[in-house]
Write a protein that binds this ligand. Structure first.
Ligand SMILES: Cc1cc2nc3c(=O)[nH]c(=O)nc-3n(C[C@H](O)[C@H](O)[C@H](O)COP(=O)(O)O)c2cc1C
Length: 354
């Protein structure tokens, strides 16, 4: 069965224009990543997980995650935490910042998060998980979604027990990454479980895990009945994979296109995070963009060693002079950054990206 990935679908009253969702990824899903994802065909993009405790304490870096641009919508902002009242307050803040959907993280397997009773541990504590979803759903008017793993232990089917309860508590959509927390990113995502979840709930289900090609996306949609597929690692430094999945074309960019997208990404990220933070943050992206046989390996090594992002940009232009025109076109299409909604409570230094 051929599935049309360009078909729109709905999360309550929010229209999602394609059946491809860009995954939330900590340390990756900055504004530049999300906006680029939208341009390449993602119908919905998501922020990385934002700590509700950080929001409660008005932590400057945490508040910085709430910068939303005009061309990101529809956008989900993901929050994590374990206290229903604190999560409800955090949800109100992310809606004030411009989120169309509040996503709740019940999937993070990292010890730093699970030891606080947040993330994937909540799959073993359905009462608390439902209290969180209920509190968040009552606190905001926008739809609330939940992203979860299959459970904590290998072979766990906790998601099938918890999923319907979360929907009854107010979740308008469920995303399932059918690996256990223990598995982290090893083994394979078992989308047979996604199909079972789809049967159990009457809200859209998003399938996350190991979607790296159009063939795989089509197969998972057809065999699970999921409303959409989510792509994470496959989109790192590779927005062309998103276009290939949605439209079946344009998987292999020219060198000029690669250099141009990376240059725009660098400039946007520096604007968002400031030069000092962006410099370190961006290094992993050089390998992601320039790999896939697109540029010789020593070139990436050279970029990683440069002191400033401006030097990286200069070097990229030198390696692919045809990128100039593409960058000009891309930058002309970007909306004015002054359109961003900023919360009144944000400390002034965040406005400078610092
Ligand atoms: C670097 C990295 C960071 C991630 N951060 C988050 C996160 O903040 N919130 C979340 O729900 N999932 C997070 N995930 C999980 C992804 O959203 C996704 O479910 C998982 O990577 C499987 O999809 P994939 O095979 O397409 O990468 C992260 C994954 C990676 C690789």
């Amino acid at each position: 069965m051929q599935v049309d990935l360009r078909e729109s679908w709905w999360i309550r009253d929010i229209e999602i224009p394609t059946r491809l969702v860009l995954a939330p990824m900590a340390g990756v899903s900055v504004q530049a990543f999300r906006r680029q994802g939208r341009r390449y065909g993602a119908g919905l993009v998501c922020s990385e997980m934002v700590s509700c405790a950080g929001l409660e304490h008005r932590n400057e870096r945490t508040l910085g995650y709430l910068r939303v641009a005009r061309d990101e919508h529809p956008l989900a902002i993901q929050i994590f935490g374990s206290e229903p009242a604190v999560m409800a307050e955090a949800a109100q803040m992310v809606v004030a910042a411009g989120a169309d959907i509040v996503d709740i993280n019940f999937g993070c397997p990292v010890r730093k998060v699970t030891k606080t009773g947040a993330g994937a541990t909540l799959l073993e504590d359905p009462d608390r998980a439902c209290a969180i979803v209920g509190a968040v759903a009552s606190a905001v008017d926008v739809p609330v979604s939940v992203k979860m793993r299959r459970g904590l232990e290998n072979g766990s089917r906790a998601c099938l027990a918890v999923g319907p309860l979360l929907v009854a508590a107010g979740a308008a959509t469920l995303t399932l990454h059918p690996r256990s927390a223990r598995q982290m990113y090893t083994g394979e995502a078992d989308h047979a479980l996604t199909a079972e979840l789809v049967e159990l709930v009457d809200v859209p289900v998003i399938a996350s895990g190991d979607i790296t090609s159009r063939g795989r996306a089509q197969a998972v949609l057809a065999t699970t009945g999921a409303a959409a597929v989510m792509v994470g690692r496959g989109a790192q430094g590779n927005p062309w994979a998103l276009r290939e999945i949605v439209d079946g074309e344009g998987a292999e960019p020219s060198r000029e296109e690669v250099a141009a997208e990376l240059i725009v990404f660098i400039r946007e990220t520096v604007r968002e995070l400031g030069e000092r933070r962006a410099g370190g943050f961006l290094k992993k992206f050089y390998g992601w963009y320039l790999g896939h046989g697109r540029f010789p390996r020593p070139f990436k090594q050279e970029l990683v060693q440069l002191e400033t992002t401006e030097e990286v940009v200069t070097r990229l232009f030198a390696a692919a002079p045809g990128a100039v025109e593409i960058v000009e076109r891309l930058e002309a299409e970007l909306p004015d950054p002054s359109d961003e909604i900023l919360l009144d409570s944000m400390p002034i230094s965040i406005y400078g990206g610092g």
